[in-house]
Design a protein around this ligand. Structure first.
Ligand code: SF4
Ligand code: SF4
Length: 346
């Protein structure tokens, strides 16, 4: 049985309660945070379980190696307090079930690129940066065999993730790649953060896309022409699960000659794209999401960003059009890197 590895003693001795005091969506002081985290640990109701927008950030805020967000989600499920309406949860869980055939497993020598559920983005993996890299999950009818399941954190359904994850990992491992580069950092977060936190063994080595891109760009350094754009990076929720990979954003930007604009909602202060907040049960969620997005995009615009760089397809789908309307061009990080080596992207 999978169980969250959570060290309550770290919380009792914490003193900072950063997990909740740094939350950007609730105004919580240290005294209140202490009381509420203890309630959550003791499986009691807490306003945090109702007001959490599932931005994942407290996983990063905790400097003690604990898992406050996974704890919140697990307790939401235990106490039947899901942030989303039940029909939406049912439909979402149903959608993630593989619906056609078994995947064709081809054994791979060397590394493989895992597109997870985003097999439709295969056209973004062309060109020199991805040359010779075999793709797993390229068949849209079978992509759910590679679906990391982490999306169900937004649904307060760790039980679904834990039930389905072993079969997904078995499929990926069956390719026998030396290492698996995850195109989406939600997949990366699943295998390097979520699974270990629940005591689930992962039978393959994972590499973050940004680390891969950075190293590939170093190999192609002579072909890089500095792009000279001012950019804002839209940090996805799942990047909170692998903050040690976040520095690769700036390292890539430096290498390809783009400048990160100085703005308020960057790094630890990044704001959620709002993809799932709008559908949450709480009254006013839609208005809240629109205001949040406006605040975020105005911050990019005021700081002089010409491009908004995305990693997550869901963030791009949610914010791509609104940023474009403000005159900021939305672009995926991998496409930006391809531009820097003179390749056209479509
Ligand atoms: S989860 Fe981390 S930051 Fe929060 S109270 Fe526990 S140890 Fe402190
Ligand atoms: S996931 Fe985000 S909204 Fe929820 S408690 Fe953690 S920091 Fe706050």
């Amino acid at each position: 049985m999978t169980e969250l590895i959570f060290d309550e003693n770290k919380c009792f001795a914490c003193g900072t309660y950063d997990c909740l005091t740094k939350c950007q969506y609730m105004d919580i002081d240290a005294d209140t945070a202490k009381v509420e985290i203890e309630k959550i640990i003791n499986q009691e109701d807490s306003f945090v379980l109702h007001d959490c927008v599932t931005c994942y950030a407290c996983e990063e805020y905790c400097q003690n190696g604990n898992h406050p967000f996974y704890l919140i989600v697990r307790q939401q499920e235990e106490l039947d307090l899901p942030p989303l309406p039940e029909p939406l949860i049912k439909r979402g869980v149903q959608m993630g079930i593989p619906f056609r055939g078994e995947p064709e497993i081809q054994e791979i020598k060397g590394p493989a690129l895992n597109l997870g559920v985003f097999s439709s983005l295969g056209n973004m993996t062309r060109g020199k940066l991805f040359e010779g890299l075999p793709i797993i999950s390229h068949d849209p009818r079978k992509m759910f065999h590679y679906f990391c399941q982490l999306m169900y954190l937004h649904y307060a359904r760790t039980s679904v993730i834990n039930e389905k994850l072993p079969a997904i990992m078995e499929t990926i491992a069956a390719h026998k790649a030396d290492e698996v580069i995850h195109f989406h950092d939600e997949c990366y977060g699943t295998y390097v953060s979520y699974a270990p936190a629940f005591g689930i063994d992962v039978p393959f080595k994972s590499v973050h896309l940004f680390e891969y891109l950075y190293n590939k760009l170093l190999e192609l350094k002579d072909e890089i022409k500095p792009l000279n754009y001012k950019v804002a990076y839209q940090r996805p929720c799942s990047s909170r699960l692998s903050p040690d990979k976040y520095p690769f954003v700036e390292k890539i930007f430096d290498l390809i000659g783009v400048e990160s604009v100085e703005r308020e909602y960057v790094g630890e202060n990044a704001l959620c794209c709002g993809a799932t907040i709008a559908g949450q049960k709480k009254k006013g969620s839609r208005r809240f999401t629109l205001d949040l997005q406006e605040k975020n995009i105005n911050d990019m615009k005021d700081a002089g960003a010409e491009l908004c760089v995305f990693n997550c397809p869901a963030c791009m789908q949610t914010l791509g059009k609104p940023v474009a309307k403000k005159g900021i061009m939305p672009i995926f990080m991998s496409d930006l890197c391809r531009l820097a080596i003179g390749e056209k992207t479509t």
